[in-house]
Design a protein around this ligand. Structure first.
Ligand SMILES: NC(=O)c1ccc[n+]([C@@H]2O[C@H](COP(=O)([O-])OP(=O)(O)OC[C@H]3O[C@@H](n4cnc5c(N)ncnc54)[C@H](OP(=O)(O)O)[C@@H]3O)[C@@H](O)[C@H]2O)c1
Length: 175
């Protein structure tokens, strides 16, 4: 029997727990070091999972070179973007994991946004989390973990500075 794929959530957030100032935010406030961390990590894993809002807002150059799974209730709206590296799925987090398993994919990075992060955590489908705490405070904005209540226990595995102003935290999700 094959092993359940490992899912690692990777986030850049402000000190106030927001992943974006608003839906127009191009997320240019992360450091060069964080971009390097994101690129190296997601390219090494090779497969990323995201919500449709994140896909619509982000330039595809951020996702090229990886297999992208985009979660949406309306996959038919994205037909023109679909190919073997851009897969649009109407699915629950568990169904995404089952799909990865059928493809022989052992690991994927969950790259946001907040709503999809929330639904994967709610479904107990996240194994580890890397959070970069950026040097920004927005007050309001897009919450890192959506706005539905969840209750997740974490174990801190590691932490290190990322450039002069950021901190990278690495957690295991306690299941
Ligand atoms: N700083 C960071 O690390 C980072 C990373 C990623 C994104 N972002 C920012 O986050 C913002 C987007 O986040 P968001 O929370 O608004 O949206 P999101 O999580 O990117 O996408 C949510 C949408 O995905 C679709 N969806 C399909 N299945 C789903 C499921 N099981 N659970 C949840 N959603 C599902 C739904 O749209 P339909 O069904 O209608 O298609 C839903 O409205 C953007 O501003 C982006 O720039 C920041």
């Amino acid at each position: 029997m094959s092993k359940k794929p490992k899912i690692t959530l990777i986030i850049l957030e402000s000190l106030c727990g927001k992943i974006a100032k608003d839906h127009k935010d191009k997320i240019a406030w992360g450091s060069r070091e964080d971009k390097l961390h994101y690129n190296q990590f997601t390219k090494q894993i090779g497969t990323v999972i995201m919500g449709s809002t994140t896909f619509k807002i982000t330039p595809t150059s951020v996702f090229d070179g990886r297999k992208n799974i985009i979660m949406t209730s309306k996959p038919e709206e994205y037909e023109k973007y679909a190919n073997e590296n851009y897969i649009f799925m109407k699915a629950t987090p568990q169904e995404v994991l089952e799909y990865l398993e059928t493809q022989g994919i052992e690991e994927a990075a969950l790259v946001g946004g907040g709503k999809v992060n929330n639904s994967f955590l709610e479904a107990n489908c996240v194994d580890e989390i890397y959070i970069t705490i950026g040097s920004k405070i927005f007050g309001q904005g897009i919450p890192s973990f959506g706005d539905s209540p969840i209750d997740v226990d974490l174990e801190l595995l590691d932490y290190k500075p990322l450039g002069p102003n950021e901190l990278l935290l690495h957690y295991k999700v306690v299941k």
